[in-house]
Write a protein that binds this ligand. Structure first.
Ligand SMILES: [Zn+2]
Length: 343
């Protein structure tokens, strides 16, 4: 059984199953350092504490496994311990960690295991790879696609994140073969267009639980909402750390949101202080409340876009966006306040 922490409802299903089957021996594996649920599960515990608390409630006996069996060699296992410590126990920025332990690439590479945060990046990377492969048709036989939007057609179900191979194209009909079950299913072209993406680049959420043999290129790690668990989940897919590359962005590890704040402060002639807001400051605001109206501050997915109402409100207007001068406001309150001030 694989733990799913994506909603309390699913945890309840597992709990129910265990409670209703006292005669069965149930063995489960899970990792609370995997991707976080974007919605707040508890206002008493941190995510990890809450997840562990649930495990303790459902299962009487726990064993903590400390070695990553996926990795092929001892050097990588030691490396993993170092990187895990730096990510979760220190405030070292991602760029420094990547610099020290992994390789960079500034080109989109012809590899099949690209990992990104957003569907938008997945689509862009896939588009570029298809160009590099000189594929001009919308779909070709032999190409893999991933279902990104649930589809039920002619009594057949297509589940999100399942992978299919295009095995035949007859006019407007496309025959897809489920890669794990080999079952063949025929659907109409526009449905493939609407419900599937090319399988050259995956979201980290869909790669969770998978091992990757070949080369991996990781994108989107510089987005401000890219949490520590995301980074950890992305690179721990690899069996060999030497085959991991991170995509190099021009603006280094500063996210667009932080760069915007720097631009605002520069324009207004405010000093950019040492303790300037950064990714972890923004991430820590997630699931807290707007200090003005009380709205929960969240990061959400809407279609292909990541939307967030998180913003930093400066307490003292003469000082820049330094950490001790900023509090969490929802975007609406932030805009309302700045309008008031400018009037
Ligand atoms: Zn607000």
């Amino acid at each position: 059984m694989k733990y799913i922490f994506h909603s309390v409802g699913k945890l309840c299903l597992i709990w129910d199953f265990v409670m209703n089957n006292p005669d069965k021996i149930i063995v489960a594996t899970g990792d609370t350092k995997q991707l976080k649920n974007p919605e707040s599960l508890s206002n008493v515990f941190t995510f990890e504490e809450y997840a562990n608390h649930c495990i303790d409630l459902i299962f009487e006996n726990n064993i903590m496994l400390s070695e990553c069996k996926r990795l092929n060699n001892e050097i990588d296992k030691l490396k993993l311990k170092d990187v895990k410590h730096l990510i979760f126990k220190t405030d070292t920025d991602y760029k420094t960690i990547i610099d020290r332990y992994f390789q960079w690439t500034s080109e989109i590479e012809l590899c099949d295991n690209n990992i990104a945060y957003t569907n938008k990046t997945c689509k862009e990377v896939s588009k570029k790879i298809r160009e590099m492969k000189n594929i001009k048709d919308e779909f070709i036989i032999g190409e893999d696609v991933i279902c990104r939007k649930y589809l039920k057609y002619n009594g057949k179900k297509f589940n999100v994140n399942f992978k299919f191979k295009i095995v035949n194209i007859i006019g407007d009909e496309i025959v897809l073969q489920n890669v794990s079950t080999d079952e063949k299913l025929k659907i109409v072209r526009w449905m493939v267009r609407k419900h599937f993406i090319y399988a050259y680049c995956y979201t980290c959420h869909s790669k969770q639980g998978c091992s990757v043999d070949g080369d991996i290129v990781i994108y989107d790690w510089n987005k401000w909402y890219c949490e520590k668990e995301w980074l950890f989940t992305a690179f721990t897919r690899a069996k060999d750390f030497n085959r991991i590359k991170f995509f190099k962005y021009d603006d280094d590890d500063k996210s667009k949101k932080v760069l915007n704040y720097i631009e605002q402060d520069n324009k207004s002639g405010r000093n950019i202080s040492e303790d300037y807001v950064d990714r972890s400051f923004l991430m820590n605001l997630m699931n807290t409340h707007c200090e003005n109206c009380g709205e929960v501050l969240t990061v959400d997915f809407e279609n292909d876009k990541v939307v967030s109402n998180i913003s930093c409100q400066r307490v003292n207007n003469d000082i820049s966006h330094s950490k001790d001068n900023c509090i969490g406001f929802c975007v609406h309150c932030n805009c309302a306040f700045s309008n008031k001030i400018s009037m």
